[in-house]
Design a protein around this ligand. Structure first.
Ligand code: GLY
Length: 383
């Protein structure tokens, strides 16, 4: 994996992060103006292709015309496929609809599925690309911060089952990721902050210097400009390193789940109601809990817990279950959901804990009752 800089035709700085996976290696381009340049960047790497642009009803009015014009300019024939927005689109029904549209458009294996959207569109489109004609080419144009720094990189694709999130899918790496940081200006502050939780995650896993840099630069990242490009590129660099080392999550890739066991349980407990909680907010609460839990186990200083909570709160992210609006969540039900998690084996949970800021590790022997008592102690109103 390497990172290099270039200056685009529009004059905006573009950073290139290379994901080193042998024959499945690819570039992630990070910078402003990439939607307008998408046709030329795609044509340079995938000459002669046709494509489907898969997007959702929220993103289409904002960006589809510009992407379509950029593909026209580069002579890439394409069809748009617009799906409903929201987590429920990651379903068998929509997968079938998408697969049928790709086949109906007579796209071939060498052609590309271009995902223009957030994590839902990226995961669903990647899965369809992975199974149609035994694997079409796949390009990601992530439109949320969360998708730019996490879900668009690394080849995890899939849909949800009524039995849980992301339980059906394949690993299918993209051929190219274009992370246009200008696009992020269309996000609400809340959506941006939710994605920022995943940015903080990379600092907390194993990059203490990055965490310190975020503490000093978060306002500039939220404002846009070079600090935002820098933050997204450094996250992609961190993720590319993890994925190159452990593509199929046999080992350290699991560190990327820091905060996610709690986060997923909380999302499920509010029935994925985005008014109450979105994914990144669940991850923020989960990361704070993982640090409080590590402190309770005597692994880290209270000062580190305070530092993490302060930073999350500084950008408006929640750090406590109590902060979730609406009816109180029942902690026992929450624990039940955690105990059902796919990371449970023989009654013990695999959990990401930490020995300090940027010193996370995979603990395979966490006892669910200890987690329950932590929540009871640190969230007394939830007894
Ligand atoms: N989002 C976690 C991973 O890609 O492994």
């Amino acid at each position: 994996m390497c990172i290099r800089d270039s200056v685009s035709d529009t004059g905006a700085d573009t950073r290139t992060v290379h994901v080193d996976l042998g024959a499945r290696s690819y570039d992630i381009l990070v910078g402003g103006g990439l939607v307008a340049r998408a046709g030329q960047e795609i044509a340079a790497r995938l000459p002669g292709i046709r494509a489907a642009i898969v997007t959702d009803a929220n993103v289409a009015p904002l960006h589809l015309d510009r992407l379509s014009a950029a593909l026209d300019e580069a002579g890439i024939g394409h069809v748009p496929i617009v799906l409903p927005a929201g987590e429920t689109t990651k379903s068998f029904d929509h997968l079938m609809q998408l697969v049928d549209a790709l086949l109906g458009a007579r796209l071939e294996r060498g052609d590309a599925v271009i995902a223009l959207g957030g994590g839902v569109i990226g995961d669903l489109s990647g899965f369809a690309a992975g199974i149609v004609r035994r694997g079409m080419r796949f390009v990601q144009l992530p439109t949320s911060l969360l998708a730019q720094v996490d879900s668009s990189v690394g080849g995890k694709t899939g849909i949800n089952s009524p039995r849980g999130k992301n339980l059906i899918g394949v690993f299918h790496q993209p051929a190219l990721v274009l992370a246009d940081t200008d696009i992020l200006s269309t996000l609400s502050r809340r959506e941006f902050a939710a994605g920022y939780a995943e940015v903080v995650k990379y600092g907390l896993i194993d990059r203490p210097d990055f965490f310190e840099w975020l503490e000093a630069n978060h306002a500039a990242i939220f404002a846009g400009g070079p600090a935002r490009v820098e933050a997204v590129a450094r996250c992609c660099e961190a993720k590319a390193a993890v994925v190159a080392d452990d593509e199929r999550e046999d080992g350290n890739r699991a560190l990327l789940n820091l905060g996610h066991t709690f986060g997923h349980a909380l999302e499920s407990a509010v029935r994925y109601d985005p008014e109450r909680l979105v994914h990144g907010e669940g991850v923020a609460i989960g990361m704070a809990l993982a640090h409080r839990f590590s402190h309770r186990l005597g692994l880290i200083d209270g000062q580190d817990v305070t530092r993490v909570e302060r930073h999350l709160q500084a950008v408006g992210l929640p750090t406590r279950i109590d902060a979730i609006p609406g009816p109180a969540l029942d902690v026992d039900t929450l624990m039940d959901r955690i105990a059902q998690d796919k990371k449970v084996s023989r009654g013990q949970l695999t959990f990401i804990l930490t020995r300090g800021i940027g010193q996370s590790f995979i603990a395979q022997d966490v006892v669910p009752d200890d987690v329950l008592s932590l929540i009871h102690i640190s969230e007394p109103t939830r007894r």
